[in-house]
Design a protein. Structure first.
Length: 133
């Protein structure tokens, strides 16, 4: 199974380079016809969120919509998909301010470990994170 890098997902969503976006659309079509999947790692999901927010100015609601859209792409197999879903739940409006913290906690919980120890005051507001002082 081949894997996708962050920039491929960005081209798919943002369509800021028409040629590359067309290449990505053709790739998705090909994998759909072949009933095959494209792998996306957790690290790519984290970078995708960061790029959308830091480089393209997406607000939290737009980031959530983008990540929800990614979850809905049949041709994509997300590494630790259930942890990504849990992280999105924690990150929802009114939830934690940092998606990476939510993802760290979700992965710790998925592996039946915890609590997650952190010096981060904001992360410590999440159930399952204990702040070190």
């Amino acid at each position: 199974m081949v894997a996708l890098d962050t920039n491929v997902l960005v081209r798919w969503l943002v369509v800021d380079d028409a040629g590359q976006a067309e290449t990505v659309a053709a790739l998705f079509d090909q994998y759909s016809r072949e009933k095959a999947r494209l792998f996306v790692s957790v690290t790519v999901v984290l970078e995708f969120e960061w790029v959308l927010r830091a480089c393209y100015g997406f607000d939290k609601a737009s980031v959530l919509a983008a990540l929800d859209a990614l979850l809905g792409v049949e041709e994509i197999e997300l590494q630790h998909e259930s942890a990504v879903e849990v992280a999105l739940w924690h990150y929802r409006p009114g939830g934690a301010p940092d998606f990476a913290d939510c993802m760290h906690l979700a992965l710790v919980s998925e592996s039946a470990r915890g609590p997650l120890l952190s010096f981060d005051r904001r992360a410590a507001k999440l159930d399952g994170v204990r702040r070190l002082s």
